[in-house]
Design a binder for this molecule. Structure first.
Ligand code: UDP
Ligand code: MG
Length: 327
């Protein structure tokens, strides 16, 4: 019997958890030929999410949870989920029921046909803010231009991953994660499905605009070095034209004599170049910041507790044995 893990990162989701549990129950009852694990990663919630998860895990042995020591963000929460998931396949789902659980059956169907990464493309987002909508499509367009492998517009985290994909993602240990780019990077046999996103069942979105912008920058800088390299070309072009400009000005001075005119062009040139320099410095800073955080080589997250207390004592024993072996 194959096991399927449903991985749900949850940050302050007390309002939607009861409905989610119901929905998962209904869908998985129809897939009786599989064993299910509902793995919740509690991403440092400050509401009653932790209590609810403890309750659920006592009522239902399929419910497992991993509680992180603080809020690490959805990307890291998913990594923790990959680390703890035991399934032969892992389905990632948001807690807020924006991802229709009925799709699970379709995921499993295509997985059985041999696809290793069954992902979904949002047909039409229930996103009301036109700026957010525009930013999202512009972002995918840029990401696609900059990366050397296919990135699917609107393809999100709502997907089924075969164990092989999960192991690959676990090997990509960077802390500044953009998992959307990673799915494309790891490859494997992919199958695209479409779905219509529903409104959040309850509660408010957990993404702040600043977090979205950071995710967008992470996405580009972790998969492309073009922002780092394009400045040398732009710099060369600008220097070339300014040299021509200088020659013209010199000839003018020789013919007409010098004058104090030209302040506007002078100031314009200085400001323009200053701007370019700042932006390029910023680009270098972006990469340097990443090098900095990655070379520290810190664990991506810390765990307060898990539903599997057995697991923990087991790993403690293992640690002690290791210590005995090489003190
Ligand atoms: N989430 C998380 N940590 C965070 C922010 C969000 O684990 O710091 C989870 C959240 O509980 C939800 C999923 O990520 O299950 C998607 O978040 P949300 O619905 O708020 O984002 P949106 O759908 O608006 O993009
Ligand atoms: Mg949502």
């Amino acid at each position: 019997m194959k096991t399927i893990t449903i991985l749900i990162p949850a940050y302050n989701e007390e309002e939607v958890l009861p409905a989610l549990k119901e929905a998962l129950n209904t869908v998985t009852n129809e897939l009786s030929q599989y064993r299910f694990e509902f793995l919740f990663v509690n991403d440092g919630s400050s509401d009653r999410t932790a209590q609810l998860l403890t309750e659920y895990s006592m009522e239902d042995e399929r419910v497992k949870y991993v509680e992180l020591s603080r809020n690490f963000g959805k990307e890291i929460a998913m990594l923790a989920g990959f680390d703890y998931a035991i399934g032969d396949a892992v389905i990632i789902m948001d807690a807020d029921l924006q991802h229709p659980p009925e799709m699970i059956q379709e995921f499993v169907y295509w997985w059985e046909q041999g696809y290793e990464d069954v992902f979904t493309i949002r047909k039409e987002k229930a996103e009301k803010n036109p700026f957010k909508r525009w930013a999202s499509s512009a972002y995918y367009a840029i990401l696609q231009r900059l990366s050397s492998y296919e990135v699917h517009q609107g393809a999100g985290d709502f997907r089924l991953l075969d164990r092989k994909c999960v192991e690959a993602l676990k090997d990509l240990r960077e802390n500044e994660r953009n998992t959307k780019g990673m799915y494309a990077y790891i490859g494997f046999r992919k199958k695209a499905l479409e779905y219509k996103e529903s409104e959040r069942a309850a509660g408010a979105t957990k993404w702040k605009l600043s977090a979205l912008i950071k995710l967008a920058i992470d996405g580009i800088t972790s998969y492309s070095t073009i922002p780092l390299r394009m400045w040398s070309v732009i710099g060369l072009v600008i220097s070339f034209f300014s040299f021509i400009f200088l020659l013209i000005e010199m000839i003018k001075v020789l013919i007409f004599g010098s004058s104090v005119a030209g302040y506007p062009t002078l100031i314009a040139a200085i400001v323009f170049l200053g701007g370019i320099q700042l932006v390029s410095l910023g680009a270098i800073g972006e990469y340097l910041a990443r090098v900095f955080t990655e070379t520290k080589n810190r664990p991506a997250y810390f765990v307060r507790k898990t539903s599997n207390e057995e697991d923990r004592s087991e790993s403690k024993e293992r640690d002690q044995k290791d210590e005995r072996k090489n003190p």
